[in-house]
Design a protein around this ligand. Sequence first.
Ligand code: SAH
Length: 400
Amino acid sequence: MTNSRTVGPSDGAVATRTVIVSAKGAARWQAGHPWIYRTDIYDEPGDAPGIVAVTERRGRHLGQALYSPRSEIRLRLLTRGRETIDSTWWTRQITAAAARRAGVPATAYRVVHAEGDGLPSLVVDRYGAYVVAQMLSAGLEQARDDVLAGIEAALAPDAILLRNDSAVRRHEGLALEVVAARGSVPDTVAVEEHGVRYLAAPQAGQKTGAFLDQRENRVLVGQHTGPGRALDLFTYHGSFALHLARRAHEVLAVDSSADALARGRENAVLNGFANISWQEANAFDLLRELEAREETFDTVVLDPPAFAKSKQSVPRALGGYKEINLRAMRLLSAGGVLFTCSCSYHVSRAVFFDMLADAARDSGRRLQLLAVVGASGDHPELVNVPETGYLKGALLRAVD
Ligand code: SAH
């Protein structure tokens, strides 16, 4: 290819370089998947990342994409058109994504969910007056200034923090860093979620500062919480526990991290809840002890970290999921409710539900499926792009 210049963020970002893809690569885009892999590239500039034009071998224009010369995912589709992709373009896209979230009854939520919103590798989360964003590909990193200008114009935040410390950036040859892009975002931001208040931790918390993907599930579980005892395992900052505490007489919130529990305590104070006890423990051990003591709970939440970090680890992970689910089922009082989920991308929804059926069989309990859930609506999955979905969960009721 004869590509004389590099596309940078400040040059109006007209795609002057071209990548040529194979028929198979072109077919992927035609089928609605936004990625083209290294193996489907016919010719590429190979020099610097940025926004490129993409054609098939006979020269037909296919669209414009984010180009990552060092990643297996070489191209991420931005548009099928030829329009200039500048700060105005980003403003328009982010504004449209924000409009799709109109009416979310929370002050912390996801505004842009990357591929799910047609803006591959870009995450934009709102925490009250602040924005925390992630730029997760080399191509996008090149457009940083235009994207930031787009966020400012579309959302008018007080400050923007870039939590570019996600491990996926390594696949792109990018540094892991946390950058104060505009103004300064505080260490903690008090946010409200359907009437519950909590402190998000944008600088140092998990993901961009909180697990926003479970927001609607927390509300759902809250609505099904009975007046008795509740157990929130893997509680982190107590996000589920806070919703349980509105109805349950007492809540036991458990995590292996003392730091996470300290934040949970602060959150309880923020809401004036005195009915949550915080216990530092390994959930596997504690479940065994609770079962041995024949304790029962009217509501149980299981929100573990991803047990399967790779394809190879799925069988072992399933053993872990089954163990905690089986024991949790046995702890349920008659009529008790269990919310259980997995955020392991490698554990598909079908496999997760097979595991649950297996656990239910062994538990000796009759369990009704009250709801099948995924991530909150502000984290949209694309039906034909399985990579956009990772969280799957179920709400179960022990009939007797
Ligand atoms: N429910 C939370 C998110 C949970 S993240 C929310 O909605 O915000 C997973 C949590 O599990 C982390 O806080 C981590 O410290 C904790 N954890 C990991 N392994 C654990 C174990 N074996 N026992 C108890 N907690 C564990």
